[in-house]
Design a binder for this molecule. Sequence first.
Ligand code: ADP
Ligand code: ZN
Ligand code: ZN
Length: 718
Amino acid sequence: MNGWVVEVGGAELLEGLDPRKVRAIEGIDPLACHVPATVIELGQWVAAYYCCPLGVTLPSLVPAAVRRGVGTKSIKFVELAVSPAETPRGLSPRQRAVISTLERRTSADGPIALESLRVEAGLATAAAIESLARRGVVTVTEQSTVQAKWREHSLPGSAEEVTLSTDQGRVVQSIGRSIGGGFSTHLLRGVTGSGKTEEYLRLIRRVLAEGRSALVLVPEIALTPQTTGRLLARLPGQSVAILHSGLTEAQRHEQWRAASQPGAKVVIGARSAVFAPIPDGELGLIVVDEEHDSSYKQDQAPRYHGRDTAIRRAQLARCPIVLGSATPSLESWHNAVDRLNSHLHELPGRAPGLSTPTVRIVDFRAEQRQWKDKRVHLIGPTLHRELERTLAAGRQAIVLLNRRGYANWVACGAGGACEWRATCDRCDAPLVVHRLREGAGASRSFVRCHHCLQELRLPKECPQCRGKVSVFGLGTQRVEDEMGRLFPALLAEGAMQRVDSDTMESSLHFHTALGRFASGQCRVLLGTQMIAKGLDFPGVGLVGVISADTSLHMPDFRAAERTFQLVSQVAGRCGRGSGGGVAVVQTFAPDAPAIVRAAAQDFVGFATEELAQRAAHRLPPAWRMARIVVRDQLEGGAADAADALANGLRGLPTSSNCRILGGSPCPIARINELYRSQVEVMAPGAAQLSALLTDARDRSLLHLGERMAVDVDPLSML
Ligand code: ADP
Ligand code: ZN
Ligand code: ZN
């Protein structure tokens, strides 16, 4: 059995352990990799804080590719084993050529690779070298290195230097002062387009100049190739390691090894790069870009949050950490404004040369009344006019709908009493219509469950009353159809691209699509939140939001926060060049505070109101939360187990200040034939929550595994 060395010491380490459970170390795995002590310590913190067994947590510190040694090549080196006087007689001319090549080398040259030796000695094969090795005249040693094949992995950025604005300079100065001064947390709230990437870059350069390394976390990097490209272009000649899921296994291994090398460097990566093996004592700065992004939270055990784990890492490394966002999470905002353990820095205006976008909220109920036909329309007259104007002016547009597929509502259209709706037979979830193009304008529809991913035929008639089936609702494919009808020229020129996880099978597809948009070949990007993040294209004059309501009515206390973030972020994609920018936001809820505040770009107003609500309802971030989900084949089994757990928790003395909600069915009460019930634990602070969970673990109330999952600081409430 493989294990991990987490601590080295004497007999005292065995104290309190059952001797029958202790094994002697038999040997060291030849593929064993060295993880810095602070990273092991970070792993121990993750295991304790996120309630995950250490044995499950430790393997996630190191990519599987590294543990398996993918891409390792061994290189053979050759050295003379005897002095010139001892060289045996009767050697063949080829063998003599090898010996004399080796003798010409000085000790400063070091060992020579077998391949180079063969070439230098003018030999066609290595047979002569091998026979000398067998006779003990030369020694051959093997060393392993990792080499990966590379392809362009990021969008190239501009290498041009810019002059910082007064605001930008002030923020770099004030955060910069803490470099080298131990642990500190900084929240950088800068509106979209305020030049946060530029700020990170200046801070990173300072750290490198002091001979220390910087760690930059970005949301799922395959989706943010532009940020990476821009940083790379501005750090020429620096060593940079990149760690993300879009890499091949061998590349990941190679980059991990590069990160572990001593010396000043920049490591850029997605969530799991928080565990990058930067040697102890070398880390000088951590940056978490778009710190509010939910892709920082891992949705399987260990369910850690990359940002919060990064804060812990900065503490262990005694270095500053900068959290940047235009729409900070309420957790980070709360820490910065209420608790004073985090410093707040603000960039209130856009960078020089950018204009502030005008955001127009469009009441879609009023727009709908303007149509005379009965057709479903997703693009209202206002957005239609703005699209025409933008395209006529030769500018580009981004159209967002945060929902994949064609339509999300398949139901009986016979009217009358029948209320049939197509739902998944394995999940408590509706089926979503997707279309498959089959060339020559033909397409075929099918339905898919977005939870268990099974695909079925679109029913032709209602299974209950044999009436006709109707398809309602919206999805990016339907918007694509309508855009094609409204702007046939775009289709003909291939100047419109749909970007969602159905069309973008790999990060390469996404890079190609963004590349075509950057070059102007593509005029309209249409897609899900994939296009709402981080994009910086000066040609974008218009952003259209098909429906701001997709996340507004989710059974999740963060629904308003998510809506605010999505609308603010996507609106921020326009007005980055000359000519200004307009965002048109279609909604059925034009008065919803999240939408009104996002349109007014009033983060502080939104956050203040929302935080007060959360505090009043004793929800995060005012309170701390853990969610425990119990799964069972039987509905009653899940419900009973959740009830028993809730009652058990209520009986613990450590729960006296806490609130235990449930057991109750999860909002999605069944996924993949398993019933799901939940218990929500609310504690007034992190310490109380942690004490309660530890207590529950010690008393075996929590059995982590297939049937029970514990999520501390959960982001998903479904
Ligand atoms: P954010 O990440 O805050 O949305 P970006 O870092 O994307 O902002 O910056 C927006 C754009 O403004 C980028 O193209 C960037 O190169 C440019 N920019 C930033 N600062 C300056 C400056 N001081 N002068 C000129 N251009 C700048
Ligand atoms: Zn399903
Ligand atoms: Zn029916």
